[in-house]
Design a protein around this ligand. Sequence first.
Ligand code: PNS
Length: 163
Amino acid sequence: MRKAIFPGSFDPLTNGHLDVIQRSSPLFDEIVVAILNNPEKNPMFTVEERVEMIEEILPSVKLDGCTITVESFSGLTAEFAKRSGATAIVRGIRAVSDYEYELRMALMNRKLEPTIETVFLMADEEYSYVSSTLMKQVFLLGGRVNGLIPESVEARMREKQRK
Ligand code: PNS
């Protein structure tokens, strides 16, 4: 039984994240999308909203028999992975600029939990510039983000903006 976690802030989930989930699904029997509960980051969506949004979108993803669940966690990613019985941490890499940060995290996580490997996957190049931060910024300034985030996520962003 091969289990991985896919940790992140997911504030909000983008099509790049979905692409990484889809690409990792043939490699594992179970993947936990692990949302870090970090209120200091002043997120647009609460962790509960993010869990709900991801659970809502998962049925539309082709998963190759892999079970995907969504959980939130606090504290160290490596500890959460260990606690979950996972043997891998999946991270998406876009451009070279992601590499240094991801390398440091992967090595730190390996130091903390030597039995857990980080697996890097490249999302489709059409998402190579897509990040949650950029999507929020463009959306809030009235720009188009269609095709870059799921429609249901965009609808939730519009709802937030109305409040
Ligand atoms: O989506 P993000 O914001 O790039 O995800 C970053 C995340 C949540 C994977 C990272 O910040 C993290 O693992 N935070 C938990 C704290 C931790 O384990 N720190 C040590 C890893 S170097």
